[in-house]
Design a protein around this ligand. Structure first.
Ligand code: NAP
Length: 371
């Protein structure tokens, strides 16, 4: 085995397409199966997908026949799966895949807040992958489910992590300006969004107010003790294709100068950067000094779409500091997040039962105890 064979559930949607694009030349993983709903199963991928990315469909997957999205249809064809399923289908299917012995790396919100399901950003809480063992034991699953957060949460928490570690967070206010690709395809009707802004995305504020507390929480014995700070989120859909912008105001627990805050963001190094994981951006956070950055069109592809760009860092007259951040919502906010989780899990040995790592090319294991 030169590479780990992977399946993609929900391969035809915008996030599924990002998986296909990002896995096309991956050094450790290769696409073995593409799965869809009954609508696409049995047909060629190139025929059923409405491809919306700006690189061509990789030739090796164009004629691949789409499989039914069930464990039976994928058994023996791949060692693990990435999930880009809508939440309802994920809630039903992901546990079936895990029970059938597949490691599942999921984008869906369905299982994120379950106490025994790791919700992970490798730069933020890599140690939470240890919940995999708790999950397998409690549920009797041979496989497991690892999730990544919502597309706005992920960039917000990447920027909050170094501040929380260095100074402690007391209060966070975040106002998001979210791209239309975050709503899937066909998503928001053009007549609703062109020349307009919609100050409501169902369920989004709740996710942004809940998920960061689990991500920045502490693993105690067999569960995560949530971080204790207050977050208030206000979300908006805006006529931008890709790239979520977020205006953030923070109150810190200890005093810090503007230069200390800037230095902390600028020099942040996470575990994926230290391990040199293939999809890890170097650096994870880009701090810009210009008064008019970041901007979606100019900054969403920073770090191959995997970095979080922070700018307009300045004191706030009500709380302590405010800044604007921006990140790609279907790359780092979705497919790239799952992919980095899978690279971390493989590197730390969580896939040893499923994959013969000795036969993988260009792969360097690190025991989880090195974290
Ligand atoms: N878009 C983003 O920026 C973003 C960011 C973070 C997380 N997410 C999450 O990632 C997931 C995927 O997002 P998306 O925007 O790509 O979704 P989407 O446009 O709704 O795509 C859905 C995909 O799932 C398949 N599918 C639908 N129902 C199914 C079923 N019952 N059984 C098997 N397959 C089924 C569809 O297959 P067919 O085409 O064959 O019907 C399609 O491939 C969602 O959970 C979303 O909330 C999205």
């Amino acid at each position: 085995m030169g590479k780990v064979r992977v399946g993609i559930l929900g391969a035809t949607g915008p996030v599924g397409q990002r998986f296909v694009q990002m896995l096309a030349n991956h050094p450790w993983f290769e696409i073995a199966v593409l799965a869809g709903s009954e609508r696409s199963a049995g047909k060629a991928y190139g025929e059923v997908v409405h491809w919306i990315l700006d690189t061509p469909i990789p030739p090796e997957v164009k004629d691949m026949v789409v499989a039914a999205g069930t464990p039976d249809a994928l058994q023996g064809r791949c060692e693990m799966v990435f999930s880009a399923l809508p939440s309802g289908a994920a809630r039903e299917l992901e546990p079936q895949f895990a029970a059938a012995g597949f490691p599942v790396f999921s984008n869906a919100s369905a299982l994120r807040m379950e106490p025994d399901v790791p919700l992970v950003i490798p730069e933020v809480n890599p140690e939470h992958l240890a919940l995999i063992r708790v999950q397998q034991e409690r549920r009797g699953w041979k496989g497991f489910v690892v999730t990544n957060p919502n597309c706005s949460t992920i960039h917000l928490v990447c920027a909050l992590k170094p501040l929380h570690d260095a100074f402690g967070l007391e209060q966070v206010f975040v106002t998001t300006l979210q791209a239309v690709s975050g709503a899937g395809y066909p998503g928001v009707a053009s007549l609703d969004i062109v020349d307009n802004l919609i100050p409501y995305i169902p369920g989004e504020e709740e996710k942004i107010e809940r998920e960061p507390l689990k991500l920045l929480g502490t693993l105690v014995h067999q569960h995560v003790e949530p971080a204790r700070f207050a977050i208030s989120a206000a979300v908006h859909r805006v006529p931008v294709v890709d790239g979520h912008t977020e205006a953030v105001v923070v109150k810190l627990r200890t005093r810090a100068s503007l230069e200390e805050v800037a230095h902390t963001l600028r020099t942040f190094q996470g575990v994926p950067q230290r391990l040199g994981l293939p999809t890890a951006p170097q650096p994870a956070i880009i701090l810009r000094e210009e008064p008019d950055r970041p901007q979606p069109r100019l900054d969403r592809n920073a770090g191959n779409g995997m970095a979080t760009t922070v700018g307009r860092l300045r004191p706030d007259p009500v709380l302590d500091y405010k800044f604007v951040l921006l990140g790609h919502n279907t790359v780092r906010g979705a497919a790239g997040a799952s992919l980095l989780n899978a690279e971390l899990a493989l590197t730390l040995g969580y896939l040893d039962e499923f994959v013969d790592t000795a036969s993988l090319e260009a792969f360097q294991p690190h025991p989880a105890t090195t974290l």
